[in-house]
Write a protein that binds this ligand. Sequence first.
Ligand code: SME
Length: 155
Amino acid sequence: MSVFTDYEAICMDLSAMTEDVPYKGANLANTAAYLYQSMEDLNWAGFYVREGDDLVLSYFQGKPACVHIPCGAGVCGTCLKEDRTLIVPDVHEFSGHIACDSASESEITVPIHDRDGKVVMILDIDSPHKNRFSEEDGKGLENVGRVIEAFLNRE
Ligand code: SME
């Protein structure tokens, strides 16, 4: 299924929402909530934060999810290891996929970087429909990632 999402508007709104807010946690929480509300056909949207070489659950919207994901495990751990956006059209076809909500059918993950280019967290979004995320979603969410990096990395 193909869904149009206006990422330009989302990026503008998120920039405006976060630009005068010095609290990173508040900005991440509002970003997860805003994405979950403004994108269609989702059942989970949020962040896994790097702790050492692994990932730990952070701010999100959706059902409770697994807390710890080792580097290289599942979609999020692979995104961390390979430092690239992953579009998974059918999670059942992804070797090692970690099922937190059995409703999830497709997934997209985007790495978020610090000032030195190191991956510090993963933006993870799940849908209850197969093939929910296109290359356009990948590009759009990478732009959302730049907004997130702007509020995480500013002085
Ligand atoms: N499916 C993810 C785990 C996190 S949940 O989707 C919220 C993975 O395979 O890494």
